[in-house]
Ligand binder design. Structure first.
Ligand SMILES: Nc1nc2c(ncn2[C@@H]2O[C@H](COP(=O)(O)OP(=O)(O)OP(=O)(O)O)[C@@H](O)[C@H]2O)c(=O)[nH]1
Ligand SMILES: [Mg+2]
Length: 446
């Protein structure tokens, strides 16, 4: 694929005030812009302390310029990095000046998109760049780094290579059917296809928790007023996020806190106590609570164990969402029940806790971890996106179809489709739409 000819520019550091601001320029005009702005011919990969000047010779800032000669650069093109003072006026002034010298503002993700188009990264690695930047937990960052290093792509490549080798044999046998090139009996072929399926299934197993790591999850606390939902939110977050009071109907808005559970960034949402209310504001709170319940990945129904009658079934509003609902029996310091897991009831897991006394919380976290599918062996997790899992599932379907048909031509076709599905992950097979969707989720300057 040929590189786009536009020279692009963007600030690489976040907006606002900082010690240093970094501006990146990529494209064929980079060297000319470097010389115009600094008055120096920059040696590749050497930091040059310099003034940045406009064409009239006025100094815009003093800083450091580094030039990377393509293809030995992030994008594969000529790249110029300007390290200037990190104030918005300085950065905006430099952006305007470089813009006047012929660079266009970059779209979100355009630098990484160029790196992909120039073969510096494959698509899974490019996505890992965004996942790394957006990661909210240590584990997610470590997984993204492994994908960026190419570990995931290599595993996909190995499976693809294996399929390709089988295709070569099968297609050669079709072409030279009188004199088979290699003896691939149906039993041997079936065994080989089983091996491929096994590798994909193992990868899917390691990628599922990875989807949780990259996308996070949402847990919604719901139940009767005064059951202790806000107290539980505060206990899980380890800080006083939500107002707690003995007055039923205290919480009205949704209150959200993100915490790290088993390496995943989990949003915990506290909601208004569910009860019919003539009060307009409370009724709106209940409506919002019901909406949040419908969107949860996991539900925690908080029940006052000291006064369970207040939490009658009509208040249980989780119907309509097939996410697992854990019953959390709270205030066991009053009901004198022991903390921890209880026998499930109506097929729902149950845990006894005291939010204010901190009893049973570890067991509750363990139940949450189990039901969200948080990673067990963190070193083994593959940071996957939904589209990666979809592609792996499609590959599996084609391999299964290849096992079901008995004409070599049909087997070859299914294997071709299987390889195509795998190729979508690393970007060997892409469409403009897919690229647009992936890179538009990046920040500008990356
Ligand atoms: N003894 C005891 N009291 C608790 C416990 N958890 C909550 N409470 C008390 O129960 C009352 C209600 O707690 P909240 O956390 O505000 O309950 P809520 O479910 O958020 O209530 P609404 O926002 O009104 O729906 C407060 O007085 C809390 O201190 C607990 O584990 N033990
Ligand atoms: Mg509350």
């Amino acid at each position: 694929m040929s590189a786009p000819a536009r020279t692009i520019i963007a600030r690489a550091t976040p907006p606002g005030i900082g010690g240093i601001g970094v501006i990146r320029i990529s494209g064929p005009e980079s060297a000319r812009i470097a010389q115009g702005l600094t008055g120096h011919i920059l040696q590749p990969r050497e930091a040059q302390a310099t003034a940045f000047r406009d064409p009239e010779g006025r100094t815009l800032d003093y800083g450091i310029a580094i030039f990377f000669k393509g293809p030995a650069s992030y994008t594969g093109e000529d790249v110029l990095e300007l390290h200037c003072h990190g104030g918005p006026v300085i950065i905006d002034g430099l952006l305007a000046q470089v813009g006047a010298m012929g660079a266009d503002l970059a779209r979100p993700g355009e630098f990484t998109e160029r790196a992909f188009l120039n073969g510096k990264l494959d698509l899974a690695q490019a996505e890992a760049v965004a996942d790394l930047i957006n990661s909210q937990t240590d584990v997610a960052a470590r997984c993204a780094l492994r994908s960026l290093r190419g570990d995931f792509s290599r595993e996909i490549g190995d499976i693809s290579q294996f399929i390709a080798e089988l295709r070569v044999i099968i297609e050669a046998n079709i072409d030279f059917s009188e004199e088979p090139v290699d003896d691939l009996s149906p039993v041997v072929l079936d065994g080989q296809l089983d091996r491929i399926k096994d590798s994909i299934l193992k990868l899917v197993d390691r990628a599922r928790p990875g989807e949780l790591l990259s996308a996070g999850a949402q847990i919604v606390l719901f139940g009767a007023p005064n059951a202790g939902k806000s107290s539980l939110l505060n206990a899980l977050a380890g800080s006083d996020h939500a107002i707690v009071s003995a007055i039923p109907g205290t919480t009205r808005d949704l209150i959200e806190v993100t915490i790290d559970i088993g390496g995943a960034a989990v949003r915990i949402v506290d909601t208004a106590g569910l009860r019919p209310s003539g009060n307009e504001i409370e009724a709106e709170g209940v409506r919002r609570a019901e909406q949040a319940i419908g969107a949860a990945d996991l539900l925690l129904e908080v029940i006052d164990d000291a006064e369970p009658a207040l939490c009658d079934p009509p208040l249980r509003e989780e119907e309509g969402n097939d996410a697992v609902c854990v019953r959390v029996l709270n205030k066991i310091d009053i009901s004198s029940r022991a903390g921890g897991r209880l026998e499930p009831e109506d097929g729902k897991p149950r845990v006894a806790i005291s939010a204010t006394q901190g009893l049973g919380l570890e067991q509750l976290i363990a139940v949450i971890t189990e039901h969200l599918g948080c990673p067990g062996d963190l070193e083994d997790v593959v940071l996957a996106r939904r589209r990666h899992l979809d592609a792996l599932e499609q590959t599996l379907e084609h391999i299964t179809s290849a096992q079901a048909v008995n004409m070599p031509e049909l087997v070859a076709e299914e294997l071709r489709l299987a390889q195509g599905a795998l190729g979508k992950i690393t970007g060997e097979v892409t469409t403009e739409d897919l690229l647009g969707e992936i890179f538009s989720s990046f920040c500008i300057g990356k």
